[in-house]
Design a protein around this ligand. Sequence first.
Ligand code: COA
Length: 158
Amino acid sequence: MSELKIRALTEKDLDAVVEIDRKVLGKPRAEYWKRKIGLADIYPRPALVAEIDGDVVGFILGYVSGWEFGVPDTVGWIDTIGVDPDYQHRGIGKRLFKELVENFKRTGTVAQPEAKNISIKGVNVVYTLVKWNDWSLLRFFHEVGFQKGEMISLELKL
Ligand SMILES: CC(C)(COP(=O)(O)OP(=O)(O)OC[C@H]1O[C@@H](n2cnc3c(N)ncnc32)[C@H](O)[C@@H]1OP(=O)(O)O)[C@@H](O)C(=O)NCCC(=O)NCCS
């Protein structure tokens, strides 16, 4: 494989992210990603892409909790991860995840789409949510070290 580079996601990566998301999810969500990547909100949002020979082949988006659900601001969340199906099973997801964790652990500024003066305290635990029967995603998160967490999910059907 040519050299894999992990770098901060920028707004120029929008089309590539939309295309990878379409391939893994099966439907195009251009407007969703446009808003999400340009999001100027209260969260530190480290976001990275994986690049091979100048082509974006994967991405990972995280954010640091703002005490929602009583979760403190030392908790990082994995929001979305996606690797182009043509490049899966080559360790790219793992590399993206590890680099995101390094961003989370840092105190100070983080790699996020827009350079805003949002600082990060230094995250000491990472949360994510996975559908209970999404075996491949569960296997991936297990592989990078996740265990069953302390939060429980509740739902009320309407
Ligand atoms: C999950 C995903 C990011 C993994 O990316 P990847 O680059 O293929 O992952 P890696 O090659 O780094 O795999 C690391 C380990 O995870 C596990 N793994 C990854 N994909 C797997 C799969 N489809 N089935 C079972 N295990 C898997 C394996 O144990 C793998 O190690 P191995 O290849 O040595 O066996 C990728 O499959 C993907 O984009 N899936 C769709 C993502 C999605 O649904 N996102 C929306 C919610 S966040």
